[in-house]
Design a protein around this ligand. Structure first.
Ligand code: ATP
Ligand code: MG
Length: 720
């Protein structure tokens, strides 16, 4: 017991030991929220005697879930670590157990973006659509929007309509949007695929429809804990509310200053109004920061204090003094990267391993110059991003082999049937597709029936079929990593890469095997092939192993909740960070929180940098307002500071801030309201156009309505 509570302050102890009822922790970055959450889990298991399988602990990323699982394992010594996962991952678990309630088989496929693209490719081909009409990424957005906003009941179609009916809807559709949408639902149903949105929707639907299943989960989850609660969105909130409906034990932790996902539907009100929704809520505050040096904290505090819409709080340091925070003004992006590389070399010469250095940036496209310099200076690095690792062709191929063994679905079939070459090209695949459509079977079954026919003479069809059949019928008793190694070998896939001399791809496969192995050893539950496949679609590159000594490169969003000894926050320029897409005051405040999240990841060293130069439109590039927000006395500055440029930057930022504030007032105007313009006089508001950042107003003295920019000064005028 002492062990569990040692190394915790009073507030953390309270959070750990207040096990019953509704508890909310509101605390700053690095104040030990996540640590308290992990200890609380262990306390419930070791001291209270709760079974791990009766606890749900929701983390924001798979990586933090894996870390938490390891910590819990170390603290409890128990193999069973319960439900420690993201919301999506939890839904996969529920669906694997109960998807029969919606007539979906347990062996459903979780679809990621590249699976969706593969389906779109089929639809575009069948219906003669071109990418000019709509790119795949636009099509994915359209589908998502339609599912969430326009047809929120879409999943009823997926559940209740037969495959034939969906196919008809697809074939009868005429507008491109409809063709794509119903084509996608049809493809989904065909392989029982579920995308990320479906996972939550289906789970909620089951709980809504089936009181027995709902009660089973409610009773099973005696304690529920949620990390990073400030970024929870509506479906997740609803799910959580349903789940705690029996035991009423809900523990949430969050930091209002770190809300960075409102653009994707997160709502901070869920954290702030928690006590009003859940009666008797106990609120615990934590102020001390255990992560960063006082120097880093002063800089971060000085930045976030600029936000107007916030609860005032400052992070109090507990660590001894460290190095000053550096800010470098570079003449160009190349210069900036060179400065970063030099700092890294100096750190490395002083004994800091590369893995302790992390470069953070606002958007992925900014990595190019950094990468160039790191390559030139021979500094090893890895990029962490959503697609990088698990999106690679060889990784998708390897996973498709596994899916072939488990599901024999068309999607995986098309991906690997001719990889390595089995002489089953375009023409033969088309034959199979026709046959499958006629006989209402899968492509793999069609191939099995075609083995020995004239059309498939001289192909590797027979060997392929017997290979998959052999693995499908007997992979019991073998771990997923063993199956993976065996199929990559026996299918000839690895041999193919070897003859091609693709060492990098082979290395990636080795990395995949390693990550499967790590997953198996930390997964807690019995890790079957189905189990692994259902979860792997949720993985991102950030979840792959990071044992090698390399500098890490990632976006600020990816870095959420993590900590690193030395952080390089680069490309701190107007138009980059803050991004030029920011149009409103709330969005700008969210952007500032994002910069705050970035800075508070650093433990010992924080390196800020920006580069002068030109924007695409030829205008001067200015340093970020977030740099100017910081009290200069807190920074050790280097490089060339151009005072005239700085003056211009201040002027530019002042105008921008005024525009933003103006647009904040726009919320005060409603269509139909009477307004006064300083030059054009009084008029009636017709419309607010957020996209154009303008109002449409019919002025009393003018014959036609006019568009007036949000930037103009407008006052409400009393009704007569
Ligand atoms: P974030 O808001 O960024 O998610 P957090 O509040 O979750 O931060 P943690 O990640 O739990 O903070 O803790 C930050 C660091 O401080 C970790 O390295 C943790 O081990 C350490 N830490 C937490 N509490 C204490 C404590 N009471 N004494 C010493 N170190 C602590
Ligand atoms: Mg945390």
């Amino acid at each position: 017991m002492d062990d569990l509570l040692s190394g915790l302050n009073a507030a953390q102890r309270e959070a750990v030991t207040a096990t019953e009822g509704y508890v909310r922790v509101i605390a700053g970055a690095g104040s030990g929220k996540t640590r308290a959450l992990a200890r609380r889990f262990a306390y419930l298991v070791n001291e209270v005697g709760t079974l791990p399988g009766n606890i749900l602990c929701v983390t924001f990323t798979n990586k933090s879930a894996a870390e938490m699982r390891q910590r819990i394992h170390a603290l409890t010594g128990d193999e069973d670590t319960g439900y420690i996962c993201t919301f999506h991952s939890f839904c996969v678990t529920v669906l694997q157990e109960d998807s029969h309630a919606v007539q979906y088989p347990r062996r459903f496929l979780v679809l990621d973006n590249s699976d969706i693209d593969a389906m779109l490719r089929i639809i575009y081909e069948e219906r003669g659509l071109t990418l000019r009409a709509m790119t795949f990424s636009a099509a994915r957005d359209m589908i998502e929007l339609r599912k969430l906003k326009k047809e929120p009941q879409y999943y009823l179609d997926l559940i209740t309509l037969s495959l034939e009916t969906l196919q008809q809807k697809y074939l009868q559709a005429e507008a491109p949007d409809d063709i794509i949408f119903y084509g996608y639902l049809y493809q989904q149903k065909k392989c029982f695929g579920l995308d990320y949105n479906d996972l939550l929707k289906f789970t909620l639907y089951i709980f809504e429809q089936d009181a027995d299943i709902r009660l089973k989960w409610q009773q099973r989850l005696e304690y529920i804990m949620v990390d990073e609660f400030q970024d929870i969105d509506e479906p997740q909130y609803t799910l959580m509310q349903v789940l705690c409906g029996y035991h009423h034990n809900l523990f949430v932790v969050g930091d209002p200053d770190q809300t960075i996902y409102t653009w994707r539907g997160a709502n901070i009100r869920y954290l702030l109004d928690f006590d009003q929704v859940f009666p008797g809520t106990r609120t615990i505050l934590m102020m001390e920061n255990y992560r960063s040096t006082p120097q880093i904290l002063s800089v971060a505090n000085s930045l976030i204090a600029r936000n107007t819409d916030r609860m005032e709080k400052s992070l109090l340091p507990t660590l001894p003094d460290g190095a000053p925070v550096r800010l470098h003004h570079a003449r160009s992006a190349a210069d900036e990267a060179a400065w970063m590389a030099a700092q890294m070399q100096a750190l490395h010469d002083g004994g800091t391993p590369y893995r302790d250095m992390t470069v953070l940036y606002r958007a992925h496209y900014l990595t190019r110059t950094v990468e160039e310099v790191l390559q030139r200076e021979k500094i090893p690095y890895t990029i962490y991003s959503g697609v990088q690792f698990f999106g690679r062709a060889e990784i998708k191929d390897a996973l498709s082999y596994l899916r072939m063994i488990a599901c024999q679905d068309d999607l995986s079939f098309l991906r690997i049937v001719n990889q390595p070459k089995r002489n089953i090209g375009e023409r033969r695949r088309r034959l199979l597709q026709e046959q499958a459509a006629q006989e209402g079977c899968s492509l793999f079954t069609a191939l099995r029936r075609s083995v020995g026919t004239e059309a498939f003479r001289g192909t590797g069809a027979a060997r392929f079929v017997s290979l998959i059949d052999a693995f499908s019928s007997d992979c019991s008793g073998r771990s997923v990593s063993e199956v993976l190694s065996a199929i990559l070998h026996e299918s000839g896939y690895e041999a193919m890469l070897r003859t091609e001399g693709s060492q990098e791809r082979l290395d990636n496969l080795a990395e995949l095997k390693q990550s499967v192995y790590e997953y198996e050893t930390t997964c807690g539950e019995e890790c079957t092939l189905e189990h692994y496949l259902a979860h792997v679609a949720l993985f991102t590159n950030a979840d792959a192993g990071d044992s090698s000594d390399r500098v890490k490169l990632m976006t600020v969003h990816t870095a959420k909740g993590l900590e690193f000894p030395h952080v390089f926050l680069c490309a701190m320029n107007e138009g980059l960070f803050p991004s030029k897409k920011i149009r409103t005051l709330p969005a700008m405040e969210e952007e500032r929180r994002l910069a705050f999240v970035a800075m508070t990841r650093a433990e010992q060293g924080l390196y800020l940098s920006e580069a002068a130069g030109r924007n695409f439109d030829g205008t001067d590039r200015y340093p970020s307002r977030f740099l100017l927000d910081i009290d200069p006395g807190l920074l050790e500055q280097s490089g060339e500071r151009d005072d005239m440029l700085l003056d211009n930057a201040r002027g530019y930022i002042a105008i921008s801030e005024r525009t933003l504030r103006g647009s904040a007032d726009t919320a005060a105007f409603r269509p139909g309201q009477r307004v006064r313009h300083s030059i054009l006089g009084t008029g009636t508001m017709l419309e607010l156009d957020e996209a154009k950042q303008a109002w449409l107003i019919r002025f009393d003295g003018l014959p036609t309505p006019r568009r007036i920019s949000f930037r103009a000064r407008l006052t409400p005028c009393p009704e007569q």
